[in-house]
Design a protein around this ligand. Structure first.
Ligand SMILES: [Zn+2]
Length: 143
């Protein structure tokens, strides 16, 4: 009985891209399945396969999944924005937070003003505008 290497023994996305045999204990295989080739491609492009391999082997197994999703996120951000990477996304979100905090402060100040206005009967808007116009001295033309 001969088993073809068509469907059952297909290499993981990493080994496929690196054109190597996917060994049984392949460190990439649990995180880079064959049906998601782009996931490894961007990580490999940004970090390099050997660095990813080294990093994964230094980590305990229960942290590897988080490390991979972090690297995939960072790599995709770096591909989209080669200069700032995910720092660009972080700083634009921080800017948005600052804008929303400013809007919130304004809204809270408006609420305080409205409560003060409703609460006090003393405030009356006497707008007695006495029109004051300075006397205009008729200029006597000298002749
Ligand atoms: Zn593999």
């Amino acid at each position: 009985m001969t088993e073809n290497m068509t469907s059952t023994s297909s290499p993981c996305a990493a080994c496929k891209l690196l054109r190597r045999r996917c060994a049984k204990g392949c460190v990439f295989a649990p995180y880079f399945p064959a049906d998601q080739p782009l996931k490894f491609a961007s990580v490999h492009k940004v970090f390099g396969a050997s660095n990813v391999n080294k990093l994964l082997q230094e980590l305990p197994e229960h942290q590897r999944g988080d490390a991979v999703s972090s690297m995939v996120y960072e790599a995709n951000a770096r591909v989209r924005d080669p200069v700032y990477g995910c720092v660009g996304a972080i700083s634009s979100l921080q800017q948005k937070v600052a804008e929303l905090q400013a809007q919130l402060a304004i809204a809270q100040a408006e609420i305080v003003c409205l409560r003060m206005y409703q609460g006090s009967d003393l405030i009356t808007f006497n707008t007695k505008m006495t029109s004051f116009s300075p006397p205009v001295a008729p200029s006597s033309p000298s002749r």
